[in-house]
Write a new protein. Structure first.
Lengths: 426, 238
């Protein structure tokens, strides 16, 4: 660059012409030629409009990137070095101020939200939970798990089957589903943790499918593809429906003496889910500062070195697997409660891929990024219902753009460094 | 002569159908520096790793301080006084020098961390200059120093070094071996696996020569250095 502050028009023009040529090649056959029976019509003006738009856009982008602000933006987009971003010791995140605002928003939210918005946000929060769970396994411990949806299914079906056969409700199943999913994680973990990378991914992929196929085919227990109904949540035995479904229960609006609110059940689910998400966020925050969290990260960096240091790698990996699985089980319970009905088609491989996409987009190992990405990937498709056909296309474009500009995800994984030890003289 | 701290008794190791170690007998006495030299693929690293059960010995036994560790898990071995600086250094790239050193204290806890870290900085002054720098940004020699220092942080009774000269400039190798000599003088028991036979044998009290999975020769460092066969095979013949 000759002069750092002046704008280089020549370079802008070169960029523009190049972009125009590429768009001509890309759009030419698709837009410019329309088949008419056995012959075809040429539509040069349509093509010209599109190419014109692309060239104008590229010119503006080129100009913008050469301004001082644009240059700064482009610089920040390029990831300078690899790996974990190490913050100075004792660094306090700006999230301290953001979290109270979020809590305030969450408190106000049910008052102005309608039923549709509530259910969309609940779905977003469920994916936040799933993302956080998988982030412990993939982002922190570095174990690629493609069958995460299996644990999610265990949580959801735990609630359904627990109600059907044992009469257990929402509250009892929250801890039980976590334990159940963690147990399943351990069961899967013991044999497969000897494997690395790709092999582990394939085995976990198989595990996820096994769970789904068992749920699908064990008709006498799970009712197979017909699915099972899920009871509504209760609060100290009070139900949220217009009339009590169970003998001896009373609906909450009668007990409180207020008029019936059809959103009450969703609001209740939202409140409990929000509290749970906050608790999981806090637990994850603490875990990354505990020895076990440090051990996960060390194991991800170099397993052989860890074992040479005397770290019990099986136990460390298993703990990551179990904690991740139990969070997925928790998410499953909420999913089932929200849906009111579950069947195995909700737990296909596509769900696992979506959760993985959430954490890759958000940034492997980064909590904030995962929360944002979970909302973007679940709420955005809901709000853009009219573009439903293009959803997967947009997904793909988003992925490609991310991998070019932000290969480490929206928010890079970071951790606080250790302070220099005072006992050691310089 | 003091009692052996580590002993290999007729150890066989297999990789599938291939036998990598054939009835290896070897012992290391307390306070000694012992080196194992051999060509590429002779089984040196296999022997070292079999102490940690990776791969596990198919026959014979490995005895450490009177305990049979042949079937013990690797973290058990590592947390009971055997520290290793693995082949290829394997420092934690995203951690600073101090954090890497703290990782070395896992087996014994951080109670001696300050004191030991001070000692490491005296032993390797280069690490002090880099104490807050991330390991991946350091040179190979500095990383090797860090790997050795990290291994020493667990106050081991036996230090295993796998090719500390790997990929380093001759002057850095010289420096590292000088430090090892200093370390050996303090009474540390060192087991050194090396291709750089010249340096290794000069440092060692005793040496073993490994060829195709068998111990071919043994003797004091000086004896082996003077041996015609060793000179021809490993020291370039002059």
């Amino acid at each position: 660059m000759s002069a750092s502050n002046s704008i280089d028009i020549k370079r802008c023009l070169i960029d523009t012409v190049l972009a125009g040529l590429i768009s001509l090649i890309v759009f030419g056959p698709i837009v410019g030629i329309v088949l008419q029976g056995y012959s075809f019509d040429l539509h040069p003006q349509r093509l010209a409009i599109l190419v014109g738009i692309v060239m104008a856009g590229r010119f503006c982008l080129s100009l913008f990137l050469q301004t001082a602000y644009g240059r700064k933006l482009a610089h920040s987009m390029q990831s300078k070095d690899s790996g974990v971003h190490v913050l100075p010791a004792g660094h306090k995140s700006a999230l301290r101020f953001v979290i109270p605002v979020l809590i305030l928003l969450a408190v106000c939210f049910p008052f102005f939200a309608n039923k549709y918005l509530l259910s969309v946000v609940i779905l977003g929060l469920i994916y936040v939970l799933l993302g956080l769970g998988l982030n412990i396994v993939v982002g922190l411990a570095g174990l690629l798990d493609l069958g995460f949806v299996g644990f999610y299914a265990i949580g959801a079906y735990g609630l359904g089957l627990g109600f059907e056969y044992l009469g257990l409700g929402f509250w009892a199943m929250i801890p039980l589903a976590m334990i159940l999913a963690a147990f399943a994680g351990a069961l899967l973990g013991f044999p497969v943790l000897r494997m690395h990378g790709d092999y582990l991914a394939i085995v976990t992929l198989g595990f996820g499918e096994i769970i789904r196929l068992v749920l699908n085919n064990w008709v006498s227990l799970t009712n197979g593809p017909n699915g099972i109904p899920i009871p509504g949540p209760t609060l100290f035995g009070l139900e949220f429906g217009r009339r009590a479904k169970e003998e001896g229960h009373i609906p909450i609006h009668e007990w409180l003496g207020v008029s019936y609110n059809p959103n009450a059940e969703l609001i209740f689910t939202f409140v409990v889910l929000f509290i749970v998400v906050m608790a999981v966020l806090y637990v994850k925050h603490r875990l990354t500062h505990m020895p076990v969290g440090r051990a996960w990260e060390a194991l991800r960096e170099d397993e052989i070195a860890c074992r040479a240091m005397g770290l019990n790698h099986v136990l460390v990996k298993l703990s990551a697997f179990m904690i991740g699985a139990s969070i997925a089980g928790l998410a499953g319970v909420f999913f089932a409660t929200k849906q009111g009905f579950i069947d195995p088609s909700s737990f296909t491989f596509f769900e696992s891929a979506l959760i993985l996409a959430i954490i890759v987009l958000g940034g492997l190992g980064s909590t904030l990024g995962v929360v944002i990405a979970a909302f973007v990937l679940t709420v955005a498709p809901e709000l853009l219902r009219s573009f439903a056909e293009y959803r997967v296309l947009m997904f793909g474009i988003l992925m490609v753009l991310m991998m070019i500009w932000r290969p480490r995800g929206l928010v890079r994984i970071s951790r606080n460094g250790y302070a220099i030890r005072k006992g050691v003289k310089p | 002569m003091s009692k052996p701290i580590l002993e290999f008794k007729d150890v066989d190791v297999f990789y599938g159908p291939i036998q990598a170690l054939k009835k290896v007998n070897l012992h290391i006495n307390e306070g000694e520096t012992v080196s194992l030299i051999g060509a590429n693929g002779a089984g040196k690293s296999t022997l070292l790793m079999s102490i940690f059960g990776q791969p596990r010995a198919g026959g014979g036994s490995i005895v450490y301080n009177g305990i049979d560790i042949t079937q013990k898990s690797s973290h058990f071995v590592a947390s009971n006084g055997i520290a290793q600086s693995p082949e290829g250094r394997r420092v934690f790239p995203d951690m600073s020098v101090e954090e890497n050193l703290l990782m070395g204290t896992i087996p014994i806890g951080a109670k001696h961390a300050d004191e030991d870290m001070q000692r490491m900085f005296e032993l390797f002054p280069r690490l002090l200059e880099r104490r807050n720098q991330r390991a991946m940004t350091m040179s190979g020699g500095e990383q090797q120093m860090l790997a050795i220092a990290r291994a020493l942080m667990s106050r081991p009774k036996l230090l295993l070094l796998d090719e500390p000269s790997l990929g380093l400039a001759p002057i850095v190798v010289k420096h590292i071996f000088a430090t090892l000599k200093e370390l050996a003088k303090t009474g540390m028991t060192i087991f050194l696996v090396e291709q750089n036979a010249n340096h290794a044998l000069r440092l060692s009290d005793r040496g073993y020569v490994m060829v195709n999975g068998e111990i071919r020769m043994t003797g004091t460092g000086q004896e082996l250095l003077g041996n015609e066969e060793v000179r021809n095979a490993y020291l370039g013949g002059h």
